[in-house]
Design a protein around this ligand. Structure first.
Ligand SMILES: [Zn+2]
Length: 404
């Protein structure tokens, strides 16, 4: 019987590199070649991995490549945002089989998050071959808030009305007849980027998700770090100014109230109310309710002075947040994702300048700051990957059952 931890290490390598020889797996995982051989044997018995040709070396013995058997199971991830849910079905290579994006109104009187998730799940599997649906071992849900992982409870969701202390996993599971696993959206994104995206090949990673709110995910030594009660990474609620504006979390002056998507939109509204001329107004078609962080970043990309100033101030705050994280964690790489990160090179230049100015580690080795590779689907892919990890950890027999 090989240890679960060694299985995890081998799977991490196969998720990151897709195909690897036993020697490469040993090198990247730090496990001895003999251990790797044993783990691969067990995974082959489960039907979870298979041989995938030989290494293309010009001469000598060509090692056999191993890969995950992509279609032995399918993974589903639902990423709940403020007013939208993004759903994906992926195979074990993280190829997207199907993805959808559905909107909902958080302010409507009959808003019921569990019901919205059920609708999206049903729409997601609609039309998929029954063979694929049967091979979905569970559903992952990422949420913008604090979660209790084992209990599957959304504990605190400051930006979603009436969603505190909701037993999301149990409720959704009863409706769809599959086990449900929940995780925080920023941690899910970090996991996705580490396994399949921009943070592949790095062991220590910090991922910041810039959306309506601001979240963070920490990867230490290749694994998600969740903290002692699942609140690690909440960079959006670090205090920037003790007497600052009130945050949804109840505190004052959090990073999120200066640099969250909501804050960017309201800053733009305030500046424009003085009658200034700006592309922001044009892109929003003169409708102030259409001014969002996305509109501001679009205007900035097109060189609008007011939008550029807002983005610059916003990047300054993000830089302060990231620099503090760099001082504590000393990561190799910072991944910046979420809708607001789409502002592109301009935003990254400003963030880098600010982090360089403030982070103490500058004199040692400066971490790379890279954009997310998986974009809008990062959290849904990540929470699907989390389902895979949970099932390997607790129910590896699921794979045996589905082996033909
Ligand atoms: Zn806060």
């Amino acid at each position: 019987m090989v240890s679960r931890n060694n299985v995890r290490l081998v799977l991490n390598v196969l998720q990151q590199y897709r195909k690897a020889s036993r020697i490469e797996i040993s090198k990247y995982s730090g496990l001895s070649p003999a251990t790797v051989t044993n783990v691969i044997q067990e995974l082959e018995n489960l039907g979870l991995v298979r041989e995938a040709g030989k290494t293309e070396l010009p001469m000598g013995r060509k090692p056999i490549l191993i890969e995950l058997n992509p279609d032995i199971q399918y993974l589903v991830g639902l990423d709940v945002g403020i007013g939208k849910i993004i759903g994906v079905v992926i195979n074990l290579h993280s190829d997207i089989i199907k993805s959808i994006r559905e909107e909902f109104d958080v302010n409507s009187d009959d808003f019921d998050l569990v019901h919205e998730m059920e609708k999206v799940y049903l729409k997601l599997i609609e039309g998929l071959p029954q063979e694929i649906i049967n091979k979905i071992p569970g559903v992952g849900v990422s949420v913008p808030g604090l979660v209790h992982l084992e209990k599957g409870v959304l504990v605190f969701a400051p930006n979603l009305p009436n969603c505190n202390n909701v037993p999301l996993a149990d409720k959704l599971s009863q409706l769809i007849g599959k086990p449900v696993y929940i995780e925080n959206e920023a941690r899910a994104m970090a996991l996705a980027e580490a396994r399949y995206g921009a943070a592949r090949g790095y062991k220590n990673v910090f991922c910041i998700r810039l959306g309506y709110g601001i979240g963070g995910g920490i990867i230490i030594n290749g694994e998600l770090y969740r903290g002692s009660s699942y609140t690690a990474g909440e960079v959006g609620h670090m205090t920037i100014l003790p007497s600052g504006p009130l945050c949804h979390c109840g505190n004052r002056g959090c990073l999120e109230v200066f640099a969250g998507g909501g804050a960017i939109a309201s800053t733009a509204l305030r500046v424009l109310s003085s009658g200034s001329n700006s592309l922001i107004r044009e892109i929003a078609e003169d409708d102030s309710s259409s001014i969002t962080a996305r509109v501001v970043s679009e205007a900035a990309k097109r060189g609008d002075e007011i939008a550029l100033k807002i983005v610059k101030d916003f990047a300054n705050y993000i830089g302060i947040g990231i620099a503090s994280v760099v001082n504590i964690l000393n990561p190799e790489v910072i991944i910046v994702g979420g809708g607001v990160a789409n502002t592109g090179e301009l935003l990254f230049r400003e963030i880098k300048n600010n982090v360089k100015k403030r982070a103490f580690t500058t004199m040692m080795r400066f971490p790379e700051i890279l954009p997310s590779m998986l974009g809008e689907q990062a959290s849904s892919i990540g929470v699907a990957a989390y389902v895979f990890e949970e099932i390997i950890r607790n129910h590896p027999e699921y794979f045996k059952v589905s082996k033909k």
